[in-house]
Structures are given as C-alpha cells and as structure tokens.
Design a binder for this molecule. Structure first.
Ligand code: GAR
Length: 272
C-alpha cells in the first residue's frame, strides 16, 4: 500500500447518486485502492454524491452548468473564452452534424462552465480526473488540460459495452435493443463521446424475465468493482498506452492477474 503523497490524487466529477463514488471511497478506506480524493465536483447541487463525499470529510464543489445555458445567458461574452477557442472548435467531435453556429454556441457555453471546474481543480494538481456518473459532455478544452502527450488524465465509467450504446442511457439502450448480454466499460476520455481507449470491460447476462432494474443492478455491481480496479492499475503504473500505426491508442494492462480478475468478476455476474 502506498501512503500519503504516494497515493494517486483524484478529482471526481459526478452528477447524481454517486454510488460509484461511494465504491471508490469504500475501497480507499479498506486499503484496497492507493488513491486519495482531493475534490468531488458536481454540476448538480442536489446530487446525493455530494453528501456521500462530505460524510467522509472530502471537499466538494458545485459548478452549475445551467447558468451558461441560453435561458440564463442569452449573450456570450467572447472575451471570456480561452484564446485557443478556435482550435477547440476544430478538434471537437461531440457535436456532429449540427450547423457551425450551433456548434460554436454549444461549445462556448460548455467551455465557460469547464473554465470554472478547471479553476477549482488546478490548485489541487489532480493526477487523474474520474468521471463517475458525470452527465455533461467534455470539450477538447477540458481534455487538453489533463491529457498529456503519452498520458491520459481522464477516466470514465460507461454503463454499456462500448462502442455499442454510447450516450446517456447505456442500460436503457442495451435493454431496449433486446441484447442477451450487457456490459460496462472503463475507458480513457478523448475528444469524442465515449470513444476513448478502452481500459477494461465486463459483461453480464440479460435473462428472459428480467426487468430493466435487475439489469441495472447487475451492471452496477460490476461497475463498482471494475472502476476501482482500473484506478488501482493506474496508481500501480500498470496501464500502458500504446499507439498503433494508424495513430489509434490502445491500453495494455500489465497486471498479470488481470484475466483472473475479469474471470472472477464475470462469474459472479452470471450466478443466478
Ligand atoms: C452509472 O451507471 C454510470 O456508469 C453512468 O451513470 C451512473 C451513475 O450512477 N454514467 C453514464 O451514463 C455516463 N455516460 P452513480 O451516480 O450512482 O455512480
């Protein structure tokens, strides 16, 4: 176990109940995760995850993205946008197929909110930003603050087997499609929506009489175990990012126990 300053310093972004956040806190407390949480940020002041953090003495902050929405901010003050905003527009892949003015407007509003988050995070120098049920898009502006040349700095947990069912309702989409298996994915974040290099995945069965709630419950159990494990691999230096000839990045997990971990996790999910 690492102690004190050797622990991986996390900032965790949430929007809701924070059960993934809780799983991370519990594993840190149990000595199974060599990390510390410097700050929990929510875009939603009513997120129960904030209460969970506070109960454990973890600092919290709220950045209400709605205040940058058209309703409360009809006009955008261009002087408040970062100098590299034109490049941010060039690099973005989250708003596809929209008219250019619409992309400019959406991205500008997003970046204004993200500037607030970055101001909170900067003084804490987090080593990894964990998205744990954070239901807002992430712009290239935010990403460039934390993704460096050969090191990704933002991790996300997604409730589907990517690249299937990206977006905001992974369980609902998997279930509605009639899939016989569902899955969860932990991945690094890049400029697309849920497109970054996959770190690890786990699957669960969907049985004929299942209702969506059962499916979610099965998946969430996997999420809690897998997300913490991926963060621990990062803390141990076990995640190696490799670039293929076509420029795509992939992640190699160097922990020799990785297949065994996934096998045991999946076995539990298949036990009825
Ligand atoms: C989790 O299922 C997480 O995978 C999902 O939101 C839920 C948050 O639950 N994230 C996404 O859908 C991101 N696109 P929690 O707040 O209880 O951890």
């Amino acid at each position: 176990m690492k102690t004190g300053s050797n622990r991986l310093k996390l900032a965790i972004l949430i929007s809701g109940g924070g059960t993934n956040l809780q799983a991370i806190i519990d594993r840190i407390d149990a000595g199974k995760l060599d990390a510390e949480i410097a700050l929990v940020v929510s875009n939603n002041q009513d997120a129960y995850g904030l209460v969970r953090a506070q109960k454990h003495g973890i600092s919290t902050a709220v950045v209400d993205y709605r205040k940058y929405g058209k309703k409360l901010l009809p006009e955008i003050d261009k002087s408040r946008l970062p100098s590299q905003f034109a490049e941010v527009i060039e690099r973005q892949r989250i708003f596809q197929g929209l008219p250019a003015e619409e992309i400019w407007d959406r991205l500008a509003r997003l970046v204004l909110a993200e500037q607030e988050v970055i101001e909170l995070l900067d003084p804490l120098t987090p080593e990894l930003i964990c998205l744990a049920g954070f239901m807002r898009l992430i712009s290239p502006y935010f990403i460039e603050q934390y993704n460096k040349e050969d090191r990704y700095g933002i991790m996300n947990i997604h409730p589907a087997l990517l690249p299937a069912f990206p977006g905001s309702d992974g369980y609902g989409d998997t279930f509605a499609y009639g899939c016989r298996f569902g899955g969860i994915t932990v991945h690094f974040v890049d400029e697309g929506e849920d497109t970054g290099p996959i770190i690890a995945q786990a699957t669960y069965p969907i049985w004929p009489d299942d209702i969506l709630d059962q499916v979610k419950k099965r998946g969430l159990k996997l999420e809690y175990a897998l997300y913490s494990k991926c963060i621990q691999w990062m803390a141990q230096g076990d995640l190696l990012v490799e670039k293929s000839k076509d420029g795509r990045s992939s992640v190699r997990i160097q922990d020799p126990k990785y297949p065994q971990f996934i096998e045991e996790l999946t076995k539990q999910a298949f036990t009825r």
